[in-house]
Design a protein around this ligand. Structure first.
Ligand SMILES: Nc1ncnc2c1ncn2[C@@H]1O[C@H](COP(=O)(O)OP(=O)(O)OP(=O)(O)O)[C@@H](O)[C@H]1O
Ligand SMILES: [Mg+2]
Length: 247
């Protein structure tokens, strides 16, 4: 059974149909990427899974159980951590306070010691955050804020992480760093559904991918196959690797 199943989901904003019968699944331990142009519905799909923009039709299942109409705050407790677009950290709180808040859904269950231990683990993954643990998050650089947003998502000990454009607006070296960390997370057993405009980098680190256009899945498959597909090469990867190029 897949960890996450999205079955024929349609999501609307008023009368606007943003997702049209979308189906997708994510198996435990996989990195699956979602590729698509601006406005294709990628963020909406993550918001539908995390309960922020619930589906009007269709079902979302986590470990076989429907969460389609579960409120967002309960979905976190069930093991889905959503790191939204544009690194929304709490700017007036410190790095450490942001990380602690990421664990709020497990405070009562796990207690302070276990949470402190997980903060140390986040610092191992992102050493730069440790050197800045008392700094206000709003004064971190863009890349540092992105790392903090991912770190905060990890603090909930999710079964599944939804990451919305973690590389957006970052310098190439930091982007590389983010993708290196995603690979580390996968090795540690975290399952990830990743939205990326940087299709090339996403397909390099993902196992499988789905391509969204106008709210519909138009293509899906193994990452290696998708990198070779005509449609992707034309629309999202540029023509650099085009095999049938003349001259
Ligand atoms: N709150 C909203 N109210 C009305 N329409 C919305 C809302 N949020 C998104 N939309 C519309 O739904 C469609 C899908 O938007 P979405 O944000 O999911 O796209 P996206 O693939 O994440 O794009 P981007 O790459 O630009 O982030 C767009 O046409 C957008 O204008
Ligand atoms: Mg988006």
């Amino acid at each position: 059974m897949p960890l996450l199943e999205v079955r024929e989901v349609s999501t609307f904003y008023g009368r606007i149909c943003a997702l049209d019968h979308v189906s997708l699944d994510v198996n435990e331990g996989e990195i699956v990427c979602l590729i698509g142009a601006n406005g294709a519905g990628k963020t909406t799909l993550l918001n539908t899974i995390s309960g922020v923009a619930p589906a009007r039709h269709g079902e979302v299942l986590l470990n076989g159980a429907a969460i389609t109409r579960t409120p967002a705050e309960k979905i976190v407790g069930q093991g889905i951590s959503h790191v939204p677009e544009r690194r929304q950290v709490f700017g007036s709180l410190t790095v450490m306070e942001n990380l602690t808040l990421g664990a709020y859904s497990r405070f009562r269950r796990d207690g302070r010691a276990s949470i402190n231990n997980d903060i140390e683990n986040v610092y191992l993954l992102f050493p730069v955050l440790k050197t800045r643990h008392k700094q206000l998050a709003g004064t971190l650089s863009g890349g540092e804020q992105q790392m903090l947003a991912v770190g905060r998502g990890l603090m909930a000990r999710p079964k599944l992480m939804l990451l919305d454009e973690p590389s957006l607006g970052l310098a190439p070296l930091i982007v590389q760093e983010i993708f290196r960390i995603l690979a580390d997370l996968r090795r540690q057993g975290t399952t990830i559904l990743l939205v990326e405009q940087n299709a090339r980098a996403a397909l390099r680190c993902a196992d499988r991918g789905y391509v969204l256009e106008n709210g519909r899945v138009v293509l899906s498959g193994a990452a290696a196959e998708l990198s070779e597909s005509e449609l992707l090469q034309r629309a999202y990867l540029g023509k650099r690797n085009h095999r049938n190029r003349s001259g």
